[in-house]
Design a protein around this ligand. Structure first.
Ligand code: ADP
Ligand code: MG
Length: 266
């Protein structure tokens, strides 16, 4: 790569895709008020894998739900790819999520009656993509996450790690600018969790995605480029972790898919 190309790609990368300004969320339960978010500000750049870490009850899910437009903030601004989330109507938010955002869930949220490819293709049905095109794109994603051999397996015919690979593929299939993951390995053992983290790292790099993951686990957070620490609804620390990431843990997608095929015998 020439210097100018490198400079250009650096510039592309350093554009914020998410800007959060002075965000508050107060829940009222009877007389009581819970400040789930208490003045949060940060930004996330294009192509970044960002982990938001905190203990249970610190406000992680509240923050993620607000970023995704699933809940309205009490106060503050959220700008995603140039658009204000806090001023959008429900319908606009639904459309925005469909077109720009992918989700990875702790409980995988796969349809039990559908096989891997059908599950991955599902978000495309809401975009009016033809069946043939849906299957083609879903198969490509299933390949990307190393599940070629399992394309016609239903969730109950796959291990937890394989199911979450399907979850990752499904999040990617709509070509989202941003992927949100809430405790994506919360239901997996530590080895499988590491595999899924490697997969997500590679996806961010090779597919040039922006990924925001919330977790209570510091080890899992260490796979991210940026670590934001949250305590009682406030950011207490924000660190650039790229040097550590580059120094060690990254593996190529094919490597992890090889490992994954070995799971078959478990
Ligand atoms: N819908 C809600 N109604 C009332 N309180 C809530 C609601 N959602 C979250 N909270 C409270 O807000 C705080 C942060 O919760 P949450 O964002 O779920 O934390 P985390 O995901 O970090 O475990 C907690 O004190 C929780 O009890
Ligand atoms: Mg949570």
């Amino acid at each position: 790569m020439s210097d100018t190309v490198i400079e250009q790609s650096k510039k592309e990368k350093s554009k914020p895709v998410i800007i959060v300004k002075d965000l508050y969320k107060v829940y009222r339960i009877g007389e009581n008020r819970v400040r789930a978010l208490n003045g949060v500000s940060f930004s996330i750049n294009r192509g970044e894998f960002c982990a938001i870490v905190g203990t249970s009850g610190s406000g992680k899910s509240t923050l993620l739900n607000m970023l995704a437009g699933l809940e309205k903030p009490t106060k503050g601004e959220i700008v995603i790819i140039g658009e204000h989330m806090e001023t959008k109507s429900e319908n606009q938010l639904v459309r925005f999520r469909r077109e720009h955002i992918g989700f990875i869930f702790q409980s995988f949220n796969l349809m039990g009656t559908m096989n891997a490819v059908e599950n991955v293709a599902l978000p495309l049905t809401f975009q009016g993509v033809s069946k043939r095109e849906r299957t083609k794109r879903a198969k490509k994603m299933v390949h990307l996450v190393g599940l070629d051999k399992y394309w016609d397996h239903r969730p109950n015919q796959m291990s937890g790690g394989q199911q979450q690979r399907v979850g990752v593929a499904r999040a990617l299939v709509v070509n989202p600018e941003i992927i949100f993951a809430d405790e994506p390995t919360g239901n997996l053992d530590s080895n499988t969790s590491r595999e899924i983290m490697n997969l997500m790292q590679n996806v961010v790099r090779e597919q040039k995605r922006t990924l925001i993951m919330v977790t209570h686990d510091n080890t899992l957070a260490s796979f991210a480029d940026k670590i934001i620490r949250i305590v009682d609804g406030k950011i207490v620390d924000m660190v650039d972790n790229t040097e550590n990431v580059n120094a060690g843990t990254a593996e190529v997608v094919n490597k992890s898919s090889e490992e994954n095929n070995h799971e078959k015998g478990e």
